[in-house]
Design a protein around this ligand. Structure first.
Ligand SMILES: C[S@@+](CC[C@H](N)C(=O)[O-])C[C@H]1O[C@@H](n2cnc3c(N)ncnc32)[C@H](O)[C@@H]1O
Length: 439
């Protein structure tokens, strides 16, 4: 056993400890704190925290040390935002990108903000557990009341566990490939109060399903739809290809920026509804759209950004790879009476190459790619099409800064504005305006 003092916290909120010529990362520690640690062949574990930093805040969640969901709950919200800003500053220095990183726009609701939750079910010592995976493992941490997830959704998951026991429905066993319930996903709109529950099982065979669904609807009459999804693959991806609507419409509707959106089981939708409006208003603020503009919304999801822009520009073209999202996007445009928007179901890079062939003239391009960032071919196509402005929205600072460095050959990179959509975790969203350099 050894006593050590924490000297460094990494950008993911973990303490970095060098011991016996090895480097370890430990959760739930702050600079200056002294801890007793045990170094075994299994790794380094904290036996006891001996001193507390004056900057420590009390952690609300009893599973914080084991669950992989949150990393920063032991820091004040102000310190969380500073750490996230620092993370981006360091990346700019790593990639030698010259730009300002503005103070992050924090969230007014740093707890219980997630409108989508997906819990994995397992059996542990004869009990049904439901929760998230322990960091870097497939061990499920049982969670009864997650502090970042929607409160009503937490209650639905707890009822679900009770009803599984009542109706003798077993959780799935990943190794033996036996049992019924793999995951349960809940999506809830705070605006419309609609709730979608998706039950994921490994096969069509689901004895006890009707009784379980009946009891779930009695316990939670506010559930508006239940979907049964089948995922028979050995994968950590939650949803399978086949879905059957058991009750309701099979989707929920939410209201964002004054418009109504359909959200299905598989469609991407920002998880923090409050901060999504802050994020999208930031896009409008930096873009300053013009009534005559032709704008491309790339990586469009269900068309939320394009639909928001449609009121301010001449035409919006949207490209998105997920077919269910595009089907929802088309419906969303109809519901909202938006006529100046087109949707294409395609890989964004291929669509860009097509636009290059067509010699398309675009005034602005909005990109909001997944964590992997932009494809190099997409970046090259942008450099041929040369829209006057680009807005890059990113949920991964590393790929954002990497791509900005590439784009800085042809574009002036504006200030990076972090918007915190994921409090208590190290994740951060960013918005940046890029302006075409004129020769
Ligand atoms: C971060 S989400 C953004 C969605 C939307 N802009 C929003 O704010 O809700 C990224 C989207 O990119 C889509 N996507 C991922 N890879 C893609 C690709 N190669 N081409 C087009 N869309 C892609 C995903 O399906 C997802 O809907």
């Amino acid at each position: 056993m050894k006593t050590i003092e924490i000297k460094q916290i990494n950008t993911q909120g973990y303490a970095v400890v060098e011991l016996d010529n090895q480097v370890f990362t430990l959760p739930n520690l702050l600079v200056g704190e002294k801890v007793q640690v045990d170094h075994t062949t299994q790794g380094l574990t904290v036996v006891k925290r001996l001193t507390d930093s004056p900057n420590r805040v009390s952690v609300r969640c009893p599973k914080f040390d084991t669950c992989g969901g949150c990393q920063l709950m032991h820091m004040s919200y102000t310190d969380q935002l500073k750490l996230k800003q620092q993370q981006i500053v360091e990346l700019c220095s790593k990639y030698q990108l010259e730009t300002n990183v503005l103070d992050p726009i924090g969230s007014k609701e740093p707890f219980n903000y997630r409108n989508k939750i997906q819990m994995t079910f397992r059996e542990h010592k004869g009990k049904i557990v439901a929760g998230l995976y322990e960091e870097n493992t497939h061990k499920v941490v049982n969670i009864n009341d997650c502090d970042i997830q929607d409160k009503v959704a937490n209650q639905i998951i707890n009822t679900f566990k009770v009803l599984m026991k009542k109706h003798k429905i077993t959780p799935y066993d990943e190794d033996k490939r036996t049992g019924i319930i793999r995951h349960v996903m809940v999506k809830r709109s705070i605006e419309t109060k609609q709730i979608l529950v998706v039950i994921i099982t490994p096969s069509q065979i689901f004895p006890g399903r009707n009784n379980l669904v009946k009891d779930l609807m009695i316990a939670h009459p506010d559930i508006t739809s239940i979907v049964h999804n089948i995922n028979d693959r050995k994968t950590s991806i939650v949803l399978g290809e086949v879905s059957k609507v058991i009750t309701g419409k099979g989707y929920i509707e939410d209201i964002l920026m004054g418009k109504r959106f359909i959200i299905g089981p598989k469609t991407f939708y920002q998880v923090n509804a409050h901060q999504t409006e802050v994020l999208y208003n930031q896009v409008l603020k930096v873009l300053k759209p013009n009534k005559n503009d032709v704008v491309l919304d790339a990586y469009a999801g269900i068309g939320t950004i394009g639909m928001m822009l449609s009121d301010h520009v001449k035409t919006v073209m949207s490209v998105e790879i997920n077919k269910e999202s595009v089907r929802n996007a088309v419906k969303n445009a109809e519901i909202n009476g938006v006529k100046n928007i087109e949707f294409v179901a395609m890989d964004a890079k291929d669509y860009m190459l097509h636009l290059v062939e067509q010699k398309m003239k675009l005034d602005a391009v909005i990109v909001d790619p997944p964590r992997s960032g932009l494809d190099l071919e997409f970046v090259k196509a942008i450099q041929v099409l040369r829209p006057k402005k680009m807005v890059y929205i990113s949920c991964d600072p590393e790929t954002l800064v990497r791509d900005l460095k590439q784009l800085s050959r042809s574009y002036q990179i504006g200030d990076i504005q972090p918007v915190d959509m994921f409090s208590q975790t190290y994740h951060i969203e960013n918005v940046v305006l890029l302006t075409l350099k004129t020769a």
